[in-house]
Design a protein around this ligand. Structure first.
Ligand code: 5GP
Ligand code: MG
Length: 368
C-alpha cells in the first residue's frame, strides 16, 4: 500500500503486465502499418512513460511527438478538455497514431478527434494503454487497447493523483474507504497500548482510548466533560449516552482516518449495542474485535516488573492485579459472546516479542 497526498493506493497492475501490454500494442501496430513511417503522438502528461516504452518496442522506423491536453482534476474526469500545447508538425498525408495512457469518459478523445480532423492526415488511429469500458461515453473507435480495467481511479506509470505517482513503474488502484474499526480487548499488561500505537501508524487509524477522552473532556471543561463530571461528583456512573457523545466527537474530529481503534469501550453488552447503533448512524461498523490473550501469571510478572518503575500503585500489589483480572473476565465474557455472535471476535496470542504480536494482529486485520 502507498500513500499519495491524503489517499491510499494498493498494487493493481505489475510492471511485467504493463510491459506485455505495451509489447502487444507495438507488435500489432507494426503489422498493421507495415513499411510506412508513422507519427506517434503522445498525449501529455500521462502518456510520457507509455510513449517512451512503446517506441522502444516498435520494431520499425517511426517519428514521435506530443500534444498536451488536460481534463482531470483530483480523482474524476471533467468535461472541460484544454489544449495546452498543440502539434508543431505538418501531418498532412501522414499516418498518425495517438498514444493515450488511459481513456476514461472519452472527453479527451473527442477533443483529439476534433484537433486532428483539421490536419488532413491520411489516417488517424487511436492506441490506449488502459481503457475503462464502464466509464466510456463516446462512440469513437479505439483501435488498440492494452488493457481494459474497471471504473476505478489508478495511478502510476505516468498517471498521477494531483501530480504525484507518475514516476511509479507499476500501477496502483485507489483504495476505497472501507473503514477498519477495531475494538481492542486485553487485560492490564497485555500490551494494548503498545500494539495500538503500531496499528494506528500502519493502517492510518485513530486510537480512541476512552479513559484519555474522558480526562481530556473533563480537563478542558467541555460541555460533555462538565456533564460527565456532574455524574461522577454525585457518585453516579456516567450514562452510556454521554460516553457515546464523547466518542462521536472524537470520530468526527478525525474524519480523515481509515478507521478507529476503540480501547476501553465497550465494557458492557449495552455499550456494545450503543456503539453499533452510533456507528451505523455514520454508515460505519465494527470490523473486528480483537482480544490480546495472555496467561495471568505471565501478565502478573510483567505488571509487577512495570510497577517497579512506573510508580503506578495499582501495578505493585498482586492482590489488586488479580482483582482487576477477575473484573476483566467477568465483564468481557458477555462482550466476547456478543461479538462472537456477529462473527467478529478474534483472539490473538499476546505472548511473544512486540513484533511477533504486531504480526499476529496484522494477519487478522489484513484478512478482514
Ligand atoms: P477522459 O477524457 O477519457 O475522461 O479522461 C482522460 C484523461 O483523464 C486521461 O488522459 C488521464 O489524464 C485522466 N484519467 C482518466 N482516468 C484516470 C485514472 O484512473 N487515473 C488517473 N490518474 N488519471 C485518469
Ligand atoms: Mg491523459
Amino acid at each position: 500500500m502507498i500513500k499519495l497526498h491524503d489517499k491510499y493506493f494498493k498494487p493493481f497492475i505489475t510492471a511485467t503486465q504493463i510491459d506485455e501490454a505495451v509489447t502487444r500494442i507495438a507488435t500489432q501496430l507494426a503489422e498493421d502499418i507495415g513499411d510506412e513511417i508513422p507519427v506517434f503522438v503522445g498525449v501529455l502528461n500521462g502518456s510520457f512513460m507509455f510513449a517512451s516504452d512503446f517506441v522502444k518496442k516498435y520494431p520499425n522506423r517511426c517519428e514521435i511527438s506530443f500534444v498536451k491536453l488536460a481534463s482531470y482534476s483530483g480523482t474524476s474526469s471533467t468535461e472541460n478538455v484544454k489544449q495546452l500545447i498543440g502539434v508543431d508538425y505538418d501531418l498532412e498525408g501522414r499516418t498518425v497514431v495517438i498514444l493515450e495512457d488511459i481513456i476514461d469518459t472519452g472527453n479527451t478523445l473527442q477533443e483529439i478527434n476534433r484537433i486532428f480532423k483539421e490536419k488532413k492526415v491520411k489516417q488517424l488511429k487511436i492506441a490506449t494503454l488502459f481503457f475503462k469500458p464502464e466509464a466510456y461515453k463516446k462512440q469513437y473507435t479505439i483501435d488498440y487497447i492494452g488493457m481494459e480495467i474497471p471504473n476505478k481511479f489508478i495511478v502510476g506509470y505516468g498517471l498521477d493523483y494531483d501530480q504525484l505517482g507518475r514516476d511509479l513503474p507499476e500501477v496502483y488502484q485507489l483504495k476505497e474507504d472501507h473503514m477498519i474499526n477495531l475494538v481492542l480487548f486485553g487485560k492490564p499488561g497485555a500490551g494494548k497500548g503498545t500494539q495500538a500505537t503500531f496499528l494506528k501508524e500502519k493502517y492510518n487509524l485513530k486510537h480512541i482510548s476512552t479513559g484519555d477522552v474522558f480526562r481530556y473532556n473533563m480537563k478542558n471543561e467541555t460541555a460533555l466533560g462538565k456533564l460527565a463530571k456532574s455524574f461522577i461528583d454525585r457518585g453516579d456512573l456516567v450514562p452510556d449516552e454521554v460516553t457515546i457523545d464523547m466518542l462521536q466527537a472524537e470520530v468526527e474530529k478525525n474524519s480523515e482516518a481509515n478507521g478507529f481503534i476503540f480501547d476501553g469501550f465497550p465494557r458492557t453488552t449495552a455499550q456494545a449495542e450503543a456503539l453499533d447503533i452510533f456507528l451505523s448512524s455514520k454508515k460505519m461498523e465494527v470490523a473486528a474485535t480483537i482480544a490480546l490473550e495472555a496467561d495471568d501469571e505471565i501478565l502478573i510478572q510483567r505488571l509487577l516488573e512495570r510497577g517497579k518503575t512506573s510508580g503506578r500503585a495499582d501495578d505493585t500489589d498482586e492482590v489488586k492485579i488479580r482483582n482487576r483480572f477477575d473484573e476483566y473476565n467477568e465483564k468481557t465474557a458477555p462482550l466476547m459472546e456478543y461479538y462472537q455472535r456477529q462473527g467478529k471476535f478474534h483472539s490473538v496470542n499476546g505472548i511473544g516479542s512486540i513484533e511477533e504480536i504486531t504480526e499476529r494482529l496484522c494477519a487478522v486485520i489484513n484478512n478482514l
